[in-house]
Design a protein around this ligand. Structure first.
Ligand SMILES: [Zn+2]
Length: 273
């Protein structure tokens, strides 16, 4: 599932390669993920528009078009963007192909078809967008703001961390990495974390994301459709030794989500494993 670091690297790539190009033709291969929030035909409206800017907000990617329209991507679990030449083989379940005037194509594929692509002239109309908390890397999200916002949410800290209404951008994989980095059990109640633990959590959020973005920038290159996760320290490494203490990493699955953690480095968990 693309999370903040993946999308931040894709954003940087698109800024370099797609901003400034004009969409020449629009091929809707399968319309099911497309939500046109404007009147008229999606492909007709989008064709001949110039890409003026690209932004990321949480796990949304936004292409600003010169007309004032926005093409908004919410890739959810398996949405992928592919930047390639027209002759390159299409990925399975390709939904949308934008031919650019530089000779490349920007394609959207989605194995589980859960993502969405919106075309709108107002971001307020994109479902879920208005309810997002601040982006996890927003410089105005200081430690004080982070702590203040956290008070509004109840429950296990991992579940709070992945709520996009709290802060936008953290998903299941990076929540495990951040909590391991901070030495906090994913099952601790957020309201019971000490000031010191909250500071560690806030610092871990930045450290993990900054390092992941740097790693991905080096490794992803033009292959923005590939998700690289092999450098993660604990997520989905159940049974392997913890890189910090050597204890076997524990793994539990709840609500189809895998949580990986070290019961030695992240004490206080009620789960036996
Ligand atoms: Zn450990």
């Amino acid at each position: 599932m693309p999370e903040l670091p993946d999308l931040e690297v894709i954003r940087g790539f698109l800024e370099e390669h797609v901003v400034g190009t004009t969409i020449v033709t629009v091929e809707v291969v399968r319309p099911t993920v497309i939500r046109n929030l404007l009147a008229g035909d999606f492909a007709t409206r989008l064709a001949s528009q110039r890409v003026a800017a690209v932004h990321r907000y949480g796990k949304f990617l936004l292409l600003d078009l010169a007309s004032g329209d926005h093409l908004v991507l919410n890739p959810m679990l398996t949405g992928r963007l592919q930047y390639c030449l027209p002759d390159d083989r299409r990925l399975p379940r390709t939904y949308l192909v934008l031919a650019l005037d530089d000779g490349h194509e920007l394609r959207y594929s989605d194995e589980r078809s859960m993502g969405k692509i919106y075309l709108t002239d107002s971001l307020d109309r994109v479902p879920g967008f208005g309810e997002l908390g601040p982006d996890a890397l927003d410089p105005t999200l200081t430690l004080e703001v982070f702590k203040e916002r956290l008070r509004r949410f109840r429950g296990e800290i991992k579940r709070v961390l992945i709520r996009q209404e709290f802060i936008a951008g953290v998903g299941n994989a990076y929540a495990d990495e951040i909590l391991w980095q901070a030495g906090i059990s994913p099952f601790r109640k957020s309201s019971q974390l000490s000031d010191n633990e909250l500071q560690r959590l806030y610092e871990a959020l930045h450290l993990v994301f900054d390092q992941a973005i740097a790693t991905l920038r080096q490794r992803v290159g033009a292959d923005i459709h590939i998700e690289i996760r092999d450098f993660l320290q604990v997520h989905r490494r159940g049974g392997q030794p913890c890189p910090r203490c050597g204890t076997r990493i524990s793994e539990v699955t709840a609500q189809q989500r895998i949580t990986s953690f070290c019961r030695h480095c992240q004490p206080g968990s009620l789960v036996k494993n």
